[in-house]
Design a protein around this ligand. Structure first.
Ligand code: UD1
Length: 416
């Protein structure tokens, strides 16, 4: 199993390009199931999850041809409507094939994702939404089997805001008969990016980015070219790493408008931030101030940045509360941070972090994607060497992380 070794204590300095967003790329790749024509996606990040999604689509009969940073998908010969357990268990986003398959082919079989490290993460809202649109759904042998002659437009209210739930039903509704309204829909920028791609393919969607999305179904969608939006979580992770190490970095090809709460929190921590066009510059001098964080659906503070801010708070001046309201078990990094000398108390969904003046390198284990990013930040700050085990989680969501960090001056290497 691969590991990362980091010699901490060096401030990050320099410039780095931000990759395309994983959480936009995965649903948008699934949109290729909605048309027989070619969907060309540019700015696709080279990530493990993108590779898994490509393989899954290929197994279904989609022809996916890659060139540097882009893949073209052609779904005119799809003959297999199944997402098997092996794929869904490694990448929950595989559930996103369900809506498009049942909408275009009237049949889909997708494995239930099962539990995962950060909580139970059910898919009941995806299922209820498709049932409201007239799909017949059976849960058999661990699989969701959905059938429908043609989906019908419906009014769907989400009890809980769900990002992939909104995306799955938006794609299903694009080919349904009539109008679908999704209420209490997710407002994440990745939902908007998917809607932009679907519109380019001929879908009739409005209201994306608000909590009510309206989709008027069409008979057919056509091919398109779409440029994947920048990754706001990768952007935020580099900014927090620079702030925690007292560095000065510039992100290129990113967007500040999708990072508002994160930039506000970094400013509160004492960082100086300048935005110009598609660049964000951050400069930090001295020790960061502790900042309270409470995760909630967009536009509030993202759960995918919670662990990274926890790492920052570990070495900050003062104490901070970190409240996780989206996932019930997303504090797996706490125990690992404690191994580096962090002082953190956890009570239910709240952590209280008391800043210490330094962390010390140790061997730690990555438990999920964002927890891994938090350990990398802690390792960059800690005195001495930190070895992070099980970094396959990181490769699911961060493109070339060690070369990007090395480019910023970090002393980091991958051990095979
Ligand atoms: C997406 C993101 C993930 C991010 C999360 C929250 C992708 C590929 N992944 O995950 O990085 O951390 O949003 O911003 O975009 N829920 C139900 N029933 C459902 C669906 C969800 O109860 O049918 C609950 C979940 O357990 C969770 C909450 O709703 O407590 C939000 O989950 P959701 O927004 O669906 O997360 P994902 O879309 O899986």
């Amino acid at each position: 199993m691969q590991k990362l070794a980091i010699q901490g204590g060096k401030p990050l300095r320099g410039e780095v390009r931000i990759s395309g967003a994983k959480n936009a790329a995965l649903p948008i790749m699934c949109a290729s199931l909605l048309t027989a024509e070619t969907l060309r996606l540019t700015n696709l990040p080279e990530l493990h999850d993108v590779g898994t999604m490509r393989k899954l689509l290929q197994q279904m009969g989609v022809v996916a041809e890659a060139a540097t940073g882009e893949i073209t998908f052609k779904g005119d010969k799809i003959d297999n409507w199944e997402a098997p357990y092996d794929m869904v268990k490694t990448m929950r986003a595989a559930i996103l094939v369900l809506g498009p398959l049942v909408a275009r082919f009237g049949d889909a079989k997708v494995s239930l994702p099962g539990g995962c490290a950060i909580g139970s993460r059910p898919v009941d809202l995806h299922i209820k939404g498709l049932q409201a649109m007239g799909a017949e759904i059976a849960i058999e042998h661990g699989y969701i089997h959905a059938k429908a002659k043609r989906l019908k437009g419906a009014r769907i209210f989400f009890d809980i805001v769900s990002v992939t739930g909104t995306e799955n039903l938006m794609m299903a509704a694009a080919l349904a008969d009539g109008v679908t309204t999704l209420e209490n829909a997710a407002r994440e920028p990745e939902v908007v990016d998917l809607a932009n791609c679907l519109r380019a393919m001929g879908a009739k969607i409005s209201g994306d980015g608000t909590d009510t999305v309206t989709v008027t179904g069409v008979d057919k969608l056509h091919g398109a070219t779409h440029h994947i939006m920048p990754d706001r979580i990768e952007s935020g992770t580099f900014l927090v790493a620079a702030a925690a190490t007292g560095g000065s970095i510039t992100l290129r090809e990113t967007r500040a408008d999708i990072l508002e709460t994160v930039l506000e929190k970094l400013t509160e921590a004492g960082a100086k931030i300048k935005v110009a066009g598609d660049t964000i510059h951050l400069e930090m001098s001295g020790r960061p101030k502790a900042v309270n964080v409470r995760t909630a659906p967009h536009p509030a503070f993202p759960t995918d940045m919670q662990a990274q801010f926890m790492a920052l708070n570990c070495i900050a001046e003062g104490s901070a509360m970190v409240v996780e309201t989206i996932f019930e078990n997303r504090f797996m990094h706490v125990q690992e941070l404690r191994r580096l000398g962090a002082m953190i108390d956890v009570e239910g969904n709240t952590s209280v972090v008391k800043g210490v003046d330094h962390l010390e390198g140790a061997t730690v284990m990555a438990t999920d994607l964002r927890a891994s990013a938090c350990l990398v930040i802690a390792g960059l700050v800690a005195q001495g060497e930190t070895v992070i085990d099980r970094i396959y989680h990181l490769d699911r969501g961060y493109e070339h992380i060690e070369s990007k960090l090395s480019q910023l001056g970090a002393n980091i290497r991958r051990m095979k």
